[in-house]
Design a protein around this ligand. Structure first.
Ligand SMILES: [Zn+2]
Length: 408
């Protein structure tokens, strides 16, 4: 049963019946300072509380549909590739290196290799239930692959807009799923605007999280799972690009706290790369970032210089009593290699940024030696081996003659 009661404008507080609005607040749906008219989905807490009392909440969900009663979908068909239900790894050697207790929520095992599958499962299910034929989004890569995979699963057409400089692996994956991938000559922001205009003209259903209020609702299940797997965590650490994933995870954690399912929710630590610091700047109250602070980063998933959900991310950081840090590309590449060598996890550079963020937060005293820290590894590093090669260097060539093999 669906417990959605309204969608609410985060800017003006107006509430709308879910069937009356598709995307942003009609009163101000233009872009402004990162607030725009993004709508937040509101649920009936009493109804959910009653559901929890009668049905309980799964400790080890097989996938995110174990939380279907918390999700904004109807009673019809759900589209599934098995997103959610990901492991939380102990990380003893990494903890030693970072001088605090770290565990890793490993989202690489999602169907297309990234946490975006949680949001996509819900959006594509809504598209199917509403009778849409074409879905679309603008993406730095992971959401594109995710939407394309789920569209294929559901039998929908898929049109993807990406910035032209995304890693090859991220441009190939959605095409393999049968999507049309349009590489826009420009930044992510250019791709987003192009997608928004064309999809409005042609009536395509747009997954972009800066527009579609339901795009991040599935990501709340990551917060739900953390609430079950790590109820004593002091910090949840996530990379921030657009800011929507961190906000959604916090929304899930806060909901579980309100429903009495989590006694002491963690603080959120948001991590940005030095070349794309807009959310950090807003959080610490700095003025518009200068051009030298919007130079881009090797962590392509968070290479967003004009994030659309900055206000939402900052609110989540504030509500949780959290904080934000910035890390440079060298520390991101070092962290990518470190988590690979120490724990056997090949994470994407954005996830490595979160690891580097823990290191930074230990240096500055934000995170203490006795704190329990959970890092969300948002996606696999296998989609971008060119950047990973910068972390490990070139492969060594040796003679085929075993006698000539050097000491190893
Ligand atoms: Zn409004």
């Amino acid at each position: 049963m669906n417990h959605v009661v309204a969608v609410e404008c985060r800017r003006c507080g107006r509430r709308y019946a879910p069937e009356d609005v598709t995307y942003t607040c009609p009163v101000h749906d233009g872009d402004d300072d990162g607030v725009s008219g993004v709508l937040d989905v509101r649920y009936d807490d009493d109804g959910l509380r009653e559901h929890v009392e009668t049905e309980g909440v799964p400790d080890s969900p097989a996938d995110l549909w174990a939380f279907e009663s918390f999700l904004p979908v109807g009673a019809g068909r759900t589209v599934s590739l098995g997103a959610g239900g990901t492991p939380l790894h102990e990380a003893p050697r990494l903890s030693d290196r970072l001088d605090t207790t770290v565990r890793i929520k490993d989202e690489a095992g999602n169907p297309t290799g990234a946490s975006k599958d949680r949001g996509t499962a819900v959006v594509v299910t809504r598209a199917v239930q509403a009778g849409h034929d074409v879905v679309t989004c603008a993406s730095t890569g992971n959401a594109a692959a995710s939407l394309a995979g789920y569209a294929a699963r559901a039998g929908l057409d898929c049109q993807i807009f990406v910035p032209a400089d995304i890693p090859d692996g991220k441009a190939v994956q959605p095409r393999l799923y049968g999507a049309d991938v349009l590489a826009v000559e420009g930044t992510y922001e250019d791709a987003y605007e192009c997608c928004r205009t064309v999809s409005a003209d042609r009536g395509w259903y747009n997954r972009s999280a800066a527009l579609n209020p339901y795009a991040v609702e599935g990501t709340r299940t990551l917060g739900f799972e953390l609430g079950r797997q790590a109820p004593t965590a002091d910090w949840v650490v996530m990379p921030m690009g657009n800011g929507c994933s961190l906000a959604a995870v916090w929304k899930g954690l806060a909901e579980f706290a309100r429903l009495g399912l989590l006694a002491d929710p963690p603080r959120m630590l948001g991590v940005q790369a030095a070349g794309a610091t807009a959310i950090y700047d807003r959080f610490v109250g700095e003025d518009e970032p200068g051009p030298e602070r919007a130079t881009g980063t090797a962590a392509d998933s968070i290479d967003v210089t004009g994030p659309h959900n900055a206000a939402r991310a900052c609110r989540a950081l504030e509500e949780s009593g959290g904080d934000a840090v910035v890390v440079d590309d060298d520390s991101i590449l070092r962290a990518q290699r470190l988590v690979g060598e120490s724990e056997g996890l090949f994470v994407e550079p954005a996830s490595a940024a979160a690891i580097a963020g823990v290191e930074r937060a230990r240096e500055t005293g934000i995170v203490g030696v006795d704190d329990e820290v959970v890092v969300v590894a948002t996606g696999t590093g296998l989609k971008d081996t060119a950047t990973a090669e910068r972390a490990v260097g070139p492969v060594r060539t040796v003679s085929a003659d075993p006698d000539e093999l050097p000491e190893l």
